[in-house]
Design a protein around this ligand. Structure first.
Ligand code: FDA
Length: 325
């Protein structure tokens, strides 16, 4: 259950003037422009981090709006190449039209992923709320069945269906499945989702184990110590780790610009010391870098979607030393 304090912080923040929301979101959002994102990535490159770039946007209401995202991501690809950044792309399938017209949305996603393939770049389909879980997974499977393999999805530990989804993807892609696994930001109904913190952690950890066992590439997206610790213990058990070749007999093919079967992923501005520790230990660690004109809408939506973020906002505000970027 979300505490009253967190709800209060969220309720207060969303009523604050835009400059205040900008102040709060500054650490989590690179800025309004692609140039801002490039500047942040160049700065963090010196730590040894790699990146995934997200163009901020809301669910679109007409297909024409998808053109903006398509064109902006093409610009992102050019910038990544020009500045020789170690980065790939994260996209929201609904911003490409998947919920308005699944065929047209799919065509937009295909165009982008094919263009990315020409640059040797990977595209991650972010996972949105439960309305699009199945369509997002099926989009990845469809592309793989067409031989377009530089694409993977995200699964959310909190959803009851996740272990079944891993089996479904394993049956189609074997070790070539390429996941991001996270707890899930959307507060889903309890009929389809775990709701307590410990259940969500346990379910996420079970999903991580299952992905590693299936030979998949596993991007563990978390800032939570019990999930990091679980991942480290699975790695040890499987004799995987920094500098080691992936020893799993069922491992998928080695991926260009990826880690030895796994990587950690973290959000820009969150738990920098943990990120630097993982990097110093040699783990490939990817930072999710959102940018865009829609930073205000994005920040407000994230706060409303999951009021538990209110606790982090308050902590970052009152005790900035606990959460240095
Ligand atoms: P938890 O929320 O318990 O955080 C652990 C600690 O990290 C906190 O105690 C705090 O110190 C710090 N922290 C976490 N979030 C913070 C914040 N916003 N501000 C300040 N401190 C914070 N979800 C989804 O549904 N679909 C998706 O596609 C993605 N994609 C994605 C990519 C990446 C790279 C990450 C890291 C996360 C996502 N997520 C996501 C979000 C994810 O599902 C989850 O909601 C958040 O990562 C928070 O969960 P943690 O595991 O970090 O634990």
């Amino acid at each position: 259950m979300v505490g009253w304090f967190s709800r209060l912080v969220v309720a207060t923040t969303v009523r604050m003037p835009k400059w205040f929301v900008r102040w709060v979101s500054r650490r989590y959002v690179a800025g309004a422009s692609l140039e801002d994102a490039v500047r942040v990535m160049k700065r963090l490159s010196s730590e040894g981090a790699c990146f995934t770039v997200d163009v901020l946007g809301e669910e679109i209401s007409t297909l024409d709006e998808a053109t903006f995202f398509l064109e902006e991501y093409l610009r992102v690809m050019d910038a990544i190449n020009e500045h020789q950044l170690d980065a790939n792309l994260s996209i929201k399938p609904t911003a490409f039209g998947l919920l308005i017209d699944s065929k047209a949305g799919m065509a937009n996603i295909r165009t982008l992923v094919e263009r990315a393939a020409k640059h040797g770049m990977f595209v991650r389909l972010d996972m949105e709320d439960h309305r699009v879980t199945t369509d997002t997974i099926e989009a990845v499977l469809e592309l793989h069945s067409e031989g377009i393999t530089n694409v993977g999805t995200v699964l959310q530990g909190r959803l009851h269906r996740t272990l079944d989804d891993i089996q479904h993807l394993e049956a189609q892609l074997a070790g070539n499945a390429d996941y991001r696994i996270c707890k899930g930001i959307y507060l889903e109904p309890e009929t389809i989702s775990h709701t307590s913190r410990s259940d969500i952690i346990n379910a996420t950890n079970d999903a991580i184990t299952s992905m590693f066992k299936a030979g998949a590439y596993v991007g563990v997206a978390t800032h939570d110590q019990p999930v990091v610790d679980h991942t480290l213990s699975v790695l040890q058990e499987m004799r995987m780790g920094p500098g080691l070749e992936d020893p799993r007999p069922n491992a998928g093919k080695a991926r260009p610009n990826k880690g030895p079967g796994y990587e950690f992923q973290m959000l820009l501005g969150v738990r920098g010391p943990l990120r630097r520790k993982l990097l110093a230990e040699g783990h490939r660690t990817r930072v999710y870098v959102p940018y865009g004109e829609k930073w205000y809408e994005y920040s407000i939506r994230r706060l409303k979607e999951n009021p538990t973020i209110g606790v982090h906002v308050a902590k970052a505000f009152l005790m900035p030393w606990t959460n240095r970027p």
